[in-house]
Design a protein around this ligand. Sequence first.
Ligand code: NAD
Length: 453
Amino acid sequence: MKEIIAQQRTFFNTHATKELSFRLDQLKKLRDMLKTHEQQLDEAIYKDFKKSPIENYMTELALLHKEIKDVKNNLHYWARKKRVATNLANFPASSYLYPEPLGVCLVIGAWNYPYQLSFAPVIAAIAAGNTVVLKPSELPSHTSSLMAKLIQDHFDPAFFTVVEGGVEETTQLLDQKFDKIFFTGSTKVGKIVYKAAAQHLTPVTLEMGGKSPAIITKDAHLKMTVKRLIWAKFLNSGQTCIAPDYVMIEEGIEEEFLKLAKEEILGAEYAFENDNYVQIINNSNFDRLVGLLKKDTIYYGGKTDKEMRYIQPTLMHNVTFEDAVMQEEIFGPLLPVIRFGSLDQAIEKIQTLSKPLSCYIFTGSKQTERKLLKELSFGGGAINEALMHVSNPHLPFGGVGKSGIGNYHGEAGFEAFSHYKSILKKPTWLELPLKYPPYSSSKFNWLKRLLKL
Ligand code: NAD
């Protein structure tokens, strides 16, 4: 690993990555690679957890193509020096921000969207002019080894390479000095990464998870709410960092919501045979999820098959904040529904948990919308929608508190992998004598007038 990083550092120091044409060429290569090998990418992810080509395209590859296109269209604008105002004390002068790449970057991916969560940060790192070591999650082994092979075949390892492995290999990587670490995964491992980064004072972006609530009030358009919410929850079998984790619903509409939600689930025909549903990633996650299922809280669903790693889309009611399912991020196809009397009570309850990655507000009232946006802190989210905010590259994506540090997508990704050098440029045709000794009371008076403090 030391050698890989040394090679990348040598390459970075040639300044080749600072040319925008080089970055755009590499991203074109990545785009062509994803297009040419789309079938192989489909097959690998299907082997890992039965994710169908349509879902692979919709939730992984399309986002990557969009990110590359966004860079292609905007890189010249993002990467140029930006002029900012200059204060009077520096007259005459001009001031600029010069974006520069950070250097050799480590990207650590999570398993649930293995292509998207590995390559989207890589695209941002390349756009900003860095070299990259990618460590995808080891759990989806077919996608991990395919990514390693494709990158090896298409890229110079001194610029972009993949290191495969789990805890041991990641720990070894984290011992090395990088110029940026971009991590996607659990809060537990995020803390390990943050601690390791501190040894070298390496800047980090940490994309983590949490319990993202969906709040539904009486005046919401219930049918549309259910349609959007059920799709967002059971996509990828609930194994989505921004999936609605649980529902907080206003008293009086719970029964109607559950009835409509059940109908929506039945209508979606979630099953492996028709490619409408994906497997739980592994046995330990399967066992963990089954452990959260309390029989007397199941409104609909609850069927499981260990051999197939199948858990039926499940609606849970009469759930309290003390139940096991409310003690951790669910990350699976279980949807607890909890009633609330007043909005203040709902806010108070949500605030007993740590700041989530997302929050979804389903309401017809502008006042409710304003109140929730003002009083709840979370990474990002949507109003009368769920999940789709992630697909807008103009919305920086990331968490707050335990759900994350920093963000990316679009220009925010470029910024995450850049340092902005602040530069003051002075002409030589004038120099005011005020700052130079010997000091005098008249200089002091002029200084006070000029600085206006
Ligand atoms: P994880 O934290 O177990 O693993 C993430 C990465 O860290 C993997 O590459 C893994 O190999 C590595 N890793 C695991 N244990 C490690 C250790 N002890 N030391 C060093 N490295 C280690 O997370 P996961 O199970 O892959 O993903 C699920 C979590 O990720 C959920 O909490 C989910 O919300 C979160 N997530 C967040 C986002 C986001 O964009 N914010 C996206 C997807 C998933």
